[in-house]
Design a protein around this ligand. Sequence first.
Ligand code: AMP
Length: 583
Amino acid sequence: MGEETATSSTGGEFSWQWARRQLDGLPGGRGLNIAHEAVDRHVMAGRGNKAALRCVAADLSVTTVTYGELARSSNRFANALRSLGVGRGDRVATLMGRCPELYTTVMGTLKNTSVSCPLFAAFGPEPVEERLRLGDVRVLVTTQELYARKVAERRDRLPGLRHVVFVGPGSEPNSGTLSFDDLLARSGDSFTIPRTDPQGMALLHFTSGTTGTPKGAVHVHEAVVAHRATASSALDLRQDDVFWCTADPGWVTGTSYGIVAPLTLGVTTVVDAGEYSARRWYGILADHRVNVWYTAPTAIRMLMRTTPRGSPPDLPGSFDLSALRFIASVGEPLNPEAVRWGEEILGLPIHDNWWQTETGSIMIANVAGERIRPGSMGRPLPDVQAAVLERGRDGRALVTDGHVRVLNSPEAEGELALRPGWPSMFRGYLNAAERYRSCFSDGWYLTGDIAKRDADGHYWFVGRADDVIKSAGHLIGPFEVESALMEHPAVAEAGVIGCPDPVAGEIVKAFVTLKPGFEPDNGLARDITAFTRRRLGPAMAPRRVSFDQHLPKTRSGKVMRRLLRARELGLPEGDISALEETK
Ligand code: AMP
């Protein structure tokens, strides 16, 4: 793939090598560092006074952070890390909302050649602890409130976590914690980024699989080449734009496109700390004259509820959205109705695109200027090679004698696969070499998604080949939820599936078998729900709990989630030869 070229969005020849040349690299040939490309490079080019961030607080007050200010604050944070003895490859996790300190932390971490590990603030104590432990995190930057609710009680179980830093007004560090502001105040604002290997670890993103612990996808500094190139090819982002990515900073979109890509392109990014409301969002789009908006299908569906098609667009109509030029979404299927809603109500279609934590950047997209096929994810970006592979009985790509079969006939459904070679491809799962290896076959990376391709090369999402759940755009591993359910004193066994939901795409539903002596009633269902919410947090806990004393299981005793789902949704049960005999 390295040899291949394709047409770039600017009409010339595109290749990843060409995209790499659009970046500077560290002065003196000292390698490639994301933070230099995202921040310092602009300052060195005389753009230090340009607004990098427009941070909107919950009360709508705005703080502007220039590239120059971000360069200095991130230098201070890098120096602070150094003074704490935190160095190359050490993990620095962030557990917080969208605020200027998030950007300072991530950029300072990268400057210090440490590794930035974003965590989702809506996770409960259990998933947070698990990720801190698996990531062997040295420093956690968070708020006092989130720390008290999610980490404090479990800190003893995390001996590797040396430093906890509190961000935000009203934070009072106590023993074993530090203040972000104090730390920065006593650190110098100049810092020389050390030599950085483009293949050195830069970002660690946790994602979920069907079974086992969460997987830490390792990304390297070279990923910035793809972040930048795809933001211009798939999101049509240009240097003079105001950009707004609504993704949570705890997930990969929040890093690749909420932080790295827009800064590297030198645009002004809107950073909203507030909660969603339709009025707030239209207000931000209007007040900040947002040109490019990257959001999620769940958010679009929430906006559609307040202003359905065919109704007078009173609410959006009362805001001046004339600056908007391009809208894109990612993370879950975008229904064709949503694309049309955009056209009718906002005057612009929504451009769906596809990628995953492992790919690090957008791979398949509906790009600017091409006619959208509503419901399609678009076509592979330049220098990305995708294919649909024949599947076997287990639902995954069929490998025969080490070979897979590419399905070339239009509309054939199979596992979506990509030829590795783009710069933001993950380089491994942390401490899980075998799990990483099992993602590849016959020179293809297997995505775990089922898709089809039409005669013109547009890809259409069909579903997942495994049991992971996508709820409100967040990937949830059923095993993690089942493990938490089984800690409840009444639960003997559990099976967790995703059920369709008109707004969130899917919601988490649990089926549980009770231990002898427990009665299946509403009170117990409520108690189990509350129990898992406390441990897992609202984003991951089951919304519904059903009792089932005969969960379908394989002969080896594994709950067959696929069958649970088929039965729940009235779908064909498919191959049930592995089902254990029940008496
Ligand atoms: P994550 O790794 O959390 O970003 O989730 C990646 C998964 O989200 C993909 O493997 C898909 O299952 C799903 N996904 C991402 N983008 C799309 C899309 N445009 N349409 C449908 N599903 C998507």
